[in-house]
Structure formats: structure tokens, C-alpha cells
Design a binder for this molecule. Structure first.
Ligand SMILES: [Zn+2]
Length: 141
């Protein structure tokens, strides 16, 4: 599934972006009822009997279903300022939670078109950088 990565002079961010599926949204569809989820499940919460899931490509595009501003970080150690989080209704029908970036807090609106992106989440210690998917507004042309 993953391509073998050979050491190069790329940054950690480049490496994460080059490895397929890493830090990207991956869907899984219940083989019993067809319900689609972004996070992995052991048992399908829709049909309550499905235990087998198939991987589904997720575009990462969708609309903000609901959102809020976090003005006091959950973990002070993260030393992060205010940020927006939301639930995004993806084009494929599944919903995903995530931070919404590249937009002022007061400009995040329900129904806003967004797409997934990869951002540095934190550095646990020098050399170990954690990346996660985020959502950013779709730029209109
Ligand atoms: Zn199911």
C-alpha cells in the first residue's frame, strides 16, 4: 500500500506529503450497509452489525457543517493561540472533524467550502514533528 521511501534531502514536511495516504483523509465503507466513515471503526455505528470495511478514496473537499472557535487551548503546553475547529460534510457524504486554517476566526461560516491540507501540528521533541490534516477555505477564482 505504501511506497517504499528512500532517504533523500527532503524536509520532514516534504516526506509526509510524498507518502501516499499519510496525513490524508482515508475513508472506510461498511461492507454490510455501505455507510461511509473517515475514522476507522471496529463496528459500524449505522447498522450495528458490520465489522468489515473497505478503504475509500476521499477527496478532502466539502462544506463546513458546524464550527466553533477555541480561544483557550485544550493543552496549555501546545502554546497555541485561538483557532477554529469544525465538522466538515465531505463530498462523499462522510463527516470529518478538523481544525480550519488560513482564515480569520470570525470568517469561518457554516456552509463555507473547504478542502483538506496537511499542516505541522506540533513538535514533540527536536526531530519528531507531528503532521495532521486540516481544512482550509477553497479559493474562488
Ligand atoms: Zn454498516
Amino acid at each position: 500500500m505504501f511506497e517504499e521511501y528512500k532517504f533523500t534531502e527532503h524536509s520532514a514536511a516534504d516526506i509526509n506529503r510524498m507518502i501516499p495516504k499519510r496525513c490524508r483523509l482515508q475513508g472506510s465503507r461498511c461492507k454490510n450497509c455501505g455507510a461511509l466513515f473517515v475514522t476507522k471503526r471496529l463496528i459500524c455505528p449505522d447498522c450495528k452489525t458490520g465489522t468489515e470495511f473497505e478503504p475509500v478514496e476521499i477527496s478532502g473537499r466539502g462544506k463546513v457543517h458546524t464550527c466553533t472557535a477555541v480561544r483557550i487551548p485544550l493543552l496549555p503546553v501546545l502554546k497555541r493561540g485561538s483557532y477554529a475547529v469544525g465538522v466538515v460534510e465531505l463530498e462523499e457524504g462522510a463527516r470529518a472533524e478538523g481544525q480550519i486554517v488560513d482564515v480569520e476566526l470570525d470568517d469561518v461560516k457554516i456552509g463555507m467550502e473547504v478542502e483538506s491540507t496537511v499542516r505541522k501540528a506540533r513538535e514533540e521533541y527536536p526531530g519528531k514533528v507531528i503532521y495532521m490534516y486540516r481544512f482550509k477555505p477553497v479559493k474562488k477564482r
